[in-house]
Design a protein around this ligand. Structure first.
Ligand SMILES: *Cc1c(COP(=O)(O)O)cnc(C)c1O
Length: 424
């Protein structure tokens, strides 16, 4: 498609956008009385207007019913977490019983490693990507130490090649092969948080299995962003936070995928609690744990329904729209943003370097851009002029035009503001 850097062209794209009306279903912060251009849906998604009602319902049921709300609330609390499974399963390409929602992301990865990182004398290494999200690095190192191994030996990082911004699948496969029989677990971010690169989950998962390892994925930047087929790709486990592309609210609950081949095993290593117990017998207060025959077996505590409420509101919006429609718009609006960046770069004789892969299959919603020669003043200028973006030292901005609520006209406006900020 041939794009134009003009307001008229962008407005026309908005008129033809089947998702355009969803913008009104989100609440935008304002700068100078105007709605911001929001590029940080990859960090904290906007609040859906429907979220407040879901929370209010629980507050009201709590007021009106108190303890009876567990069974008599509009959406009873005792199995509130089960409402996510069918809808989330479509978003991440799983079977409904492979999904549960609980805790927060890093906590869940720790809990899943209890089941899937079982180091032995010979097979004890974990393969991850270099410069993984810090929480993942701390988590992996602490798990390794917990099992009595030394992270310097046990953690193997796949590196990017000198001067390149993306990981090459062939390099990841090579490391997996080299580590071979020593590899206990491959655990990588499905979409790299810094560059926005989408990894080849299917191929890497298969290679990990061929080496005899388990393979898990941190899908913080992938869930609600890219197409996933976790079941079909035979991923062993995955987890994601819900407050990024999934708009559930700050610090909110994490979704988990556990492949069905691990369900119904009474002896799988796992940290257990009463919410994972057979739901029909949960309140009999029996001494012996009997796991649910699905991913809910990994539940521990009774569900924090007040936190889950806005997540449920959001998941229902995703269900209404569907990932196909979101991905179709995503591809178009990201391509348009890329075009705008190239145009402005040319007009200001700049030196922008988009470090996110240019192939659609290797990227999702985020473009990470090196603004060579620019500094933090430019970022401040953007923020003061209503462009909410994210700055990483030395001069990388990450731009994620979430297809749910960003418009083509905003991409045009952003280009104009960026140009003014550079030329001023
Ligand atoms: C955002 C993010 C996290 C955050 O973890 P929390 O436990 O929710 O604070 C972890 N890993 C990755 C890759 C992330 O992008």
């Amino acid at each position: 498609m041939k794009f134009e850097n003009s307001r008229g062209f962008a407005k026309n794209m908005d008129r033809e956008d089947a998702l355009a009306s969803y913008k009104d279903q989100f609440i935008f912060p304002k700068v100078n009385g105007r709605k911001v251009i929001y590029f940080t849906g990859n960090s904290l998604g906007l609040q859906p207007k429907s979220a407040r009602k879901y929370v209010d319902d629980i507050m009201n049921d709590w007021a009106d019913l108190a303890v009876e709300g567990h069974f008599k609330a509009r959406k009873p609390w005792w199995d509130y977490h089960e409402r996510f499974s069918a809808k989330l399963s479509k978003i991440v390409g799983a079977k409904p019983h492979e999904i549960t929602v609980m805790n927060t992301l890093t906590v869940n990865l720790h809990l899943l490693m209890v089941s899937f990182y079982r180091p032995e004398k010979k097979r004890f290494k974990i393969i991850c990507e270099e410069k993984a999200f810090p929480s993942d690095q701390y988590m992996i190192a602490s798990q390794v130490r917990f099992h009595g191994f030394d992270p310097r030996e046990a953690v193997v990082e796949v590196k990017k090649r000198q001067g390149e911004h993306s990981f090459r699948t062939e390099d990841i496969l090579k490391v997996i092969k080299e580590v071979g029989e020593e590899c206990a677990l491959v655990l990588i971010g499905g979409v790299n948080y810094y560059s926005g690169q989408v990894l080849d989950i299917k191929t890497i998962t298969r290679a990990g299995h061929e080496a005899g390892a388990k393979v898990g994925w941190d899908l913080a930047h992938a869930a609600g962003n890219i197409e996933l087929k976790l079941h079909q790709w035979e991923v062993d486990f995955a987890a994601w936070c819900s407050y990024k592309y999934m708009n559930s609210g700050p610090g909110n609950a994490s979704g988990c995928f556990i492949h069905e081949k691990y369900h119904g095993l009474n002896d799988i290593p796992r940290f257990e609690g009463w919410w994972g117990h057979n739901k029909k017998r949960r309140f009999l207060m029996e001494p012996q744990f009997e796991p649910e025959a699905n991913a809910h077996a990994w539940q521990i505590s009774n569900a924090p329904v007040l936190a889950l409420a806005p997540y449920l509101a959001s998941v229902e919006m995703f269900d209404e729209v569907g990932m196909d429609a979101l991905i179709a718009k995503r591809n178009k609006i990201v391509a348009y943003l890329e075009f705008i960046l190239h145009e402005i770069d040319r007009e200001v004789k700049g030196n922008f370097e988009i470090i996110t892969p240019s192939h659609q299959e290797e990227r999702g919603t985020q473009l990470s851009v090196f603004l060579h020669g620019e500094g933090r003043e430019l970022f401040n200028y953007l923020m003061e002029n209503g462009v909410i973006t994210d700055w990483r030292e030395p001069n990388v901005i990450r731009l994620a035009p979430a297809p749910f609520y960003c418009s083509y006209e905003e991409m045009y406006d952003f280009g104009q503001i960026l140009k003014k900020g550079i030329l001023k």
